[in-house]
Design a protein around this ligand. Structure first.
Ligand code: ZN
Length: 307
């Protein structure tokens, strides 16, 4: 099977260029006879509801060497006793998708490693399509999603902001697998309690370490639900706190140096004309000025940050 999908017959394919000069391969395909009336949700063979649509549906597949791949087929509807009337399943795509399964899965894989904008650019799909591709593949990627909360040992809790700082989201990561295991809108104790309340006693007892920032609501929940586990500040926040402390020290040093420079300048008033090279008073003022110049570590924040 040329595009790696079982139960599919390829009728023909043709290559063409659209009005923008982009090359396309259009594959005319159809499902095998025996699965062609399957329900897309329960995969059972069902009675036909109406005949094939007069208009073809086009699915986008993974590009072949920069050429856009399309699959064309005239769908029809079936009536499932359980799921009602729906478009019959096609083996190459998820229900209601206009992309092939491999396309959706590839987008989902990219989205888990790359920023959405990079995925969107590389896969030639718009930004919002990525979320829909990920949703369609969830069942295949994580068939037993409820088990994601089993055996958590080292977890991290943090909140982040989105919509330009207007909305919060609380995220919980499994440090051992480096994956997000739970997320919910908003933040605070009531939100975090929703996470803890859904855990079974076994799931709660497996948690040994909880990291997060110094927020009181995290500590309160940890003490209440997992009193025997260690609560610590994660490395990101340790570095952030250390940098903030260093920045305070840097500012103090700079202010002291600047006051000293002003005092030295006042004590050594400059006479008329250009000072001589070996003028001792000028040398004192010049030395004091070095500490408040843009080249001074106390003046340049990033120098401190690199120490
Ligand atoms: Zn069904």
């Amino acid at each position: 099977m040329s595009f790696n999908v079982k139960n599919t017959v390829i009728k023909n394919c043709n290559l063409y260029s659209d009005k923008n000069g982009v090359k396309h391969i259009r594959i005319q395909a159809r499902p095998n006879k025996w699965p062609e009336n399957d329900c897309p949700f329960c995969h059972k063979s069902c009675p036909v509801y109406d005949k094939h649509s007069s208009k073809s549906t086009i699915w986008r597949g993974l590009d072949w060497g920069g050429i856009l791949v399309e699959v064309k087929y005239q769908t029809h509807r079936i009536i499932c006793p359980e799921h009602g009337v729906s478009v019959a399943e096609v083996p190459w795509a998820y229900p209601s998708s206009r992309f092939t399964k491999y396309f959706d899965l590839t987008v989902a894989w990219f989205a888990s490693y790359l920023p959405r904008s990079t995925t969107s650019y590389f896969m030639r799909v718009d930004w919002e399509t990525i979320g829909r591709c990920v949703n369609r593949t969830l069942h295949d990627l994580e068939p037993e999603r409820s088990r994601i909360l089993d055996g958590l040992v080292n977890i991290g809790i943090d909140e982040t902001i989105y919509k330009k700082g207007h909305k919060y989201i609380t995220v919980i990561v499994n440090h051992d697998t480096n994956t997000v295991v739970w997320a919910s809108e908003d933040h605070g104790k009531s939100v975090l309690e929703k996470f803890y309340k859904q855990l079974t006693p076994e799931q709660l007892s497996s948690i040994k370490v909880v990291t997060g920032d110094g927020a009181r609501w995290i500590t309160d929940c940890v003490n209440e639900y997992t009193p025997n586990c260690a609560r610590c500040v994660d490395s990101f926040h340790v570095v952030e706190l250390a940098m903030a402390a260093l920045d305070e020290v840097r500012k103090d040093i700079w202010h002291d140096a600047y006051s000293e420079y002003k005092q030295v300048k006042k004590d050594n008033p400059r006479g008329k004309g250009r000072p001589k090279k070996d003028d001792p008073e000028f040398a004192i003022v010049k030395a004091a000025k070095v500490h408040v110049s843009p080249q001074s570590p106390a003046y340049v924040p990033y120098v401190v940050a690199e120490i």
